[in-house]
Design a protein around this ligand. Structure first.
Ligand SMILES: [Ca+2]
Length: 358
């Protein structure tokens, strides 16, 4: 937390009369064509902000939003995704309802943190979009087949939908370009002392995804806690000429309702931003990650090996001993240091730009 606050002081504020308050940093590299993505989410306040950042970012082509149970029930999350996209005037983006519950565990939601409706009690108008009756798992499979090696997934909820898609159509593991996962941690958890929320809700799904062979980026609490939306950001969004910005300000006000809270971590928006520009993470390390699926104190914990070696244990008479090291292959890139100033400048510029027409 201390590190987060130091980094925050570096946020680029530009305040000239008549000039925008926040200036979007140049993103790197500039792709010739937008990156094709699915957002698999459990909206949820920070999911909603991630969705809005995605649709305000020309670097991304959002093919679909697929919804999973997590922060709220899947029905509530589905409704929230529809309404948020409708607010952004992007009812052209398909929204598919997905898994109602984790693979094995009873669903745990997070309505204290996200409000009873998942959006901090903010009531958006209903979407006029036609209902898309495809299941999220089937839509993920369909889009992966349609765009082999040209489709990434930003997963900001429990990984149930993806695990089920891999079970149903294993070949898509070779077709997906990358999955950027908001989940896990190398610094302890937030749902429990050991486990981050998304992995805690469905550790079995997380383990399936992390053993899938798909290129993965794990955006864990160690990264997201370096990014805080502060009261000053909320005031600036509330005063912006963007109705999306004013909506995000209301979400921020809800999460900052406790006077003791200095800032709210931007978990899901950071994962989304790394799909726009990987260099927003200034240090990323390859690691081998496994998720503890056993019941007990460490259920849902992400067990990480950054050394990428392990000791070979061999028998020596009546006991075991170390028989030298053997390599452990990495299965994920793990951002460890975030350029929080650039990330927050990007987020604020895109959410506070006037003229969004809503
Ligand atoms: Ca989420």
């Amino acid at each position: 937390m201390r590190q987060s606050l130091v980094v925050l002081s570096l946020v680029t504020f530009v305040c000239h009369a008549g000039a925008p308050l926040y200036v979007s940093p140049q993103v790197s590299p500039t792709a010739a064509s937008p990156r094709r993505v699915i957002l698999d989410a459990d909206p949820g306040i920070d999911d909603a902000i991630a969705i809005l950042l995605a649709v305000r970012s020309p670097e991304l082509e959002v093919e679909a939003v697929t919804v999973v149970a997590g922060n709220v029930t899947v029905d509530q999350g589905f409704e929230n995704a529809l309404r948020v996209l409708s607010l952004a005037r992007r009812t052209d983006i398909p929204v598919a309802r997905g898994s109602e519950r984790p693979l094995r565990k009873t669903l745990v939601t997070a309505t204290y943190w996200h409000g009873p409706n998942g959006l901090g009690g903010v009531e958006l108008p209903r979407s006029a979009a036609a209902l898309d009756r495809r299941h999220a798992v089937d839509l993920i499979i369909q889009l992966a087949h349609e765009h082999p090696h040209d489709l990434s997934i930003v997963a900001t909820g429990p990984l149930t939908n993806l695990a089920l898609a891999f079970r149903k159509a294993p070949s898509i593991r070779r077709e997906l370009s990358e999955i950027i996962v908001m989940g896990g941690s190398t610094i302890g958890g937030n749902a429990t002392a050991a486990a981050e929320f998304n992995f805690f809700v469905d550790p079995d799904a997380a383990q399936i995804v992390f053993s899938s062979g798909v290129p993965l980026t794990m955006v864990g609490l160690n990264a997201t806690r370096q990014t805080l939306l502060t009261r000053q950001h909320v005031r600036d969004l509330a005063a912006s000429g963007s109705c999306l910005g004013r909506f995000v300000a209301k979400l921020g006000e809800f999460q900052l309702r406790d006077d003791m809270t200095i800032g709210t971590p931007l978990h899901d928006p950071l994962a989304l931003a790394l799909a726009i520009d990987k260099t927003l993470a200034t240090t990323t390390l390859p690691m081998h990650i496994e998720i503890d699926t056993r019941s007990g104190l460490t259920n849902g914990a992400s067990i990480f090996n950054s050394a990428l070696t392990r000791e070979r244990i061999v028998r020596e008479g009546d006991h075991l001993t170390d028989g030298g090291e053997e390599p452990e292959l990495p299965n994920a890139d793990v951002p460890t240091v975030i350029g929080s100033d650039r990330f927050l400048a990007l987020l604020m510029a895109r959410l506070s730009a006037a003229g969004d027409g809503c």
